[in-house]
Design a protein around this ligand. Structure first.
Ligand code: CA
Ligand code: CA
Length: 307
């Protein structure tokens, strides 16, 4: 009888070891078995370097094992590290963050670090960081924490900047919407004639500028721009035929040149920011149609950016 029981325990032990070895339980695990008065296995407590778990067994009237449940007694295994930390959108004072979820046997929350310092916690895989300064770069990491306070390593850091704030400064571009009905003070290059200030099809108001292919022009500024200052150039533009492209540009001394390219056949708003050289002596806003269809431009703006 005694040897029968010993054989039964041995067989149970072998079968349990097989189960655990195929359940990602470390081979260094320790097992503690508990039996009931009928020598039936009631419980196995498993301890390894990832924690302590118990497997609880129930039996029917004939002594057949019915089911098991696995309970975590002590969890030492941290969640996986959050991946794909990114920022889909930013404003002047907020940065949106998203990341891929970590995995763990327990529920997970996340801690967000800002510039290496704990900032906030969430159970979501997204967070909006608020009350930031405009035009400032911040570094973020995210780590996952399970219900037993095991922490994953920090995610790969993400550096992201808030947008610059643009006050309602005067638009430095004169006759920006062509609402005078003429071009002044813009100029057209090389005495080109394939252009017009149109009175239908404007983006806003009554008028916009239409220029034909290989036609360009500009508006010059020899004052009004401060050196080492950031400005934003923007405008509404469209091309007459899809597949074509035309530009709104900024150009100045010391190699200053930035290009906004329009390719849509419906009016699009586009903007860029640029910084004037330390010895800024002239700046020009240019339009240039290098494509083979008409280009339409309206509401060009150059605004000083408040840094
Ligand atoms: Ca865990
Ligand atoms: Ca207009």
């Amino acid at each position: 009888m005694k040897s029968k029981q010993a054989l039964k325990r041995f067989l149970i032990t072998v079968s349990l070891l097989t189960v655990f070895l195929f359940s990602n339980v470390s081979s260094a695990a320790q097992y503690v078995y508990t039996y009931d008065n009928n020598n039936r296995l009631e419980k196995v407590v498993v301890t390894d370097n990832q924690g302590t778990y118990e497997i609880v067994y129930s039996h029917d009237d004939n002594g057949n094992r019915l089911s098991t449940s696995k309970n975590i007694i002590m969890d030492l295994k941290p969640p996986t590290t959050p991946q794909n930390l990114m920022s889909p959108t930013q404003s002047t004072t907020t940065i949106d963050l998203t990341w891929s979820p970590s995995t763990d046997s327990q529920s997970i929350s996340y801690k967000i670090n800002l510039n290496g310092v704990y900032f906030a916690a969430t159970t979501n895989t997204y967070f909006t960081v608020q009350n930031l300064s405009p035009h400032t770069s911040y570094s973020f990491t995210v780590k996952a924490i399970d219900a037993s306070s095991n922490e994953s390593p920090d995610s790969t850091p993400l550096a992201v900047s808030t947008l610059s704030s643009i006050p309602t400064t005067p638009n430095l571009v004169v006759n920006a919407g062509f609402e005078t009905g003429n071009l002044t003070p813009w100029t057209i290059w090389n005495n080109a004639t394939n252009w017009s200030v149109i009175s239908t099809g404007a983006y806003s108001g009554q008028h916009a500028l239409r220029i034909g292919t290989q036609v360009g022009g500009q508006q010059d500024f020899f004052s009004g721009f401060e050196p080492n200052q950031t400005y934003e150039l923007s405008g509404w533009g469209r091309v007459g035929t899809s597949g074509q492209a035309a530009n709104l540009e900024i150009k100045g001394n010391a190699g200053l040149k930035q290009i906004i390219q329009f390719t849509s056949t419906v009016y699009e708003y586009k903007s860029i920011q640029f910084t004037t050289p330390a010895d800024a002596s002239w700046v020009a806003v240019l339009f240039w149609n290098g494509g083979s269809s008409d280009f339409y431009l309206d509401d060009a703006r150059v605004l000083k950016v408040n840094l």
